[in-house]
Write a protein that binds this ligand. Structure first.
Ligand code: M6R
Length: 366
């Protein structure tokens, strides 16, 4: 059942080109002019009614929500608040019929997410579920559902669910942007074309994992690792650090690079590995200056950048490249090396990759 792979996690990492392709394939117009989300049937008046959107989820799905906020705000220009389900449900959120609440859940069974969804409904909000399991409790409870077609995810560490959630949030944002005319038809086409390139680009990353394996073996016995990045790179940093913690038990922290000076820089000492994500062109120079700050404290910096970026090599000890893409889609590629790093670090340390200690695949109790 593991199809020749040693663990479900690595099998599922390798399934991402297919999972991403299946999630988008029937939802893009043949001529790339638009995203077709027949499951929604919204018109521009429906969208006008959404004064604010809430995205609520747990764990990795929450991290997909952080990226989703960025997509919707940037493309569809609707304000979005992202929250962790266990916080949202108990904080008396200010919701009514002028809101849309989007819950994201691979399993569709996470109890806090389900409770958050019920609370949003009770307050009158419209609801949309993004889930991977057809007929799950969350799918049944929401007004609308968009399924991620990732196929069954068995490993506790979520991988292909995350990338397909990002693709879904991206398609949703482009769909909303088209309806609201907040992006030009040309830009929308460009984004859809970039989306179509992803499966091939994911495949390209997965063809050459040796350098990442080497880093994992080399740094797998460090007890602390830091992930830094700005804007969408920060969102991916959050996911990279969770992945590393949950399966390799290495203490990892993700920091918005600009926040380092406000405390965390005190922890950066000689030899501490820092993974610096630098895929976002609009904050690239700012990220480089943060890289210089950690380098000045003798951290070992691994840069993660888009192919063709030669500048970064001057500032870091090692560079991992991902194929060039629109910066909005970079998270979907950038997370792959981080998943692999976590996987190989866990293997190096002899951890039970598919069933990490104390964790369950689906958290159906509070
Ligand atoms: O099934 P869900 O997407 O609702 O699960 C949410 C989290 O429990 C899940 O993403 C968890 O954080 C993963 N183990 C992360 O790899």
């Amino acid at each position: 059942e593991k199809g020749g792979y040693e663990h479900f996690m690595i099998k599922e990492i390798y399934e991402q080109p297919k999972a991403v392709r299946e999630t988008m394939s029937s939802r893009l117009a043949k001529d790339d002019s638009s995203v077709l989300l027949d499951e929604l049937k919204w018109n521009k008046h429906d969208l006008k009614a959404f004064k604010k959107i809430f995205i609520v989820a747990c764990g990795t799905a929450y991290h997909a929500g952080v990226v989703g906020k960025y997509y919707i705000e940037k493309l569809a220009r609707i304000p979005v608040e992202v929250d962790i389900a266990s916080e949202f449900r108990y904080r008396s959120p200010l919701l009514d019929e002028n809101n849309l609440t989007i819950v994201i859940s691979q399993s569709g069974e996470t109890s806090d997410t389900l409770a958050a969804l019920k609370e949003a409904k009770r307050l009158g909000s419209r609801t949309l579920a993004v889930t991977n399991v057809v007929g799950s409790s969350i799918a049944r409870e929401a007004d609308n559902v968009i399924y991620t077609w990732a196929g069954p995810e068995i490993a506790v560490a979520s991988t292909k669910a995350y990338t397909t959630q990002l693709v879904t949030m991206f398609m949703l944002a482009v769909y909303m942007a088209d309806l609201k005319a907040t992006v030009s038809p040309e830009r929308s086409k460009e984004l859809i074309k970039a989306l179509r390139n992803l499966p091939g680009q994911l495949h390209e990353i997965l063809e050459d994992v040796e350098p990442i394996k080497t880093f994992a073996q080399r740094y797998g016995f460090n007890e602390d690792v830091f992930f830094i990045g700005r804007s969408l790179d920060y969102a991916v940093a959050l996911e990279g650090s969770l992945k590393l913690k949950e399966i390799s038990y290495i203490h990892a922290e993700a920091y918005a690079a600009g926040e380092l000076k406000h405390g965390t820089l005190a922890l950066i000492i000689e030899g501490v590995p820092v993974i610096a994500l630098a895929t976002q062109s609009d904050v690239y120079e700012k990220t480089l200056s943060n890289i210089k700050e950690v380098k000045a404290r003798d951290a070992v910096v691994i840069g993660l950048a888009l192919k063709g970026d030669k500048q970064i090599e001057k500032y870091v000890d090692h560079t991992i490249y991902i194929p060039d893409t629109d910066q909005l889609l970079a998270p979907i590629l950038a997370v792959i090396p981080l998943q692999l790093l976590a996987y190989y670090a866990a293997v190096t340390r002899g951890c039970d990759v598919d069933k990490p200690r104390n964790l369950a695949k689906s958290v159906t109790v509070e």
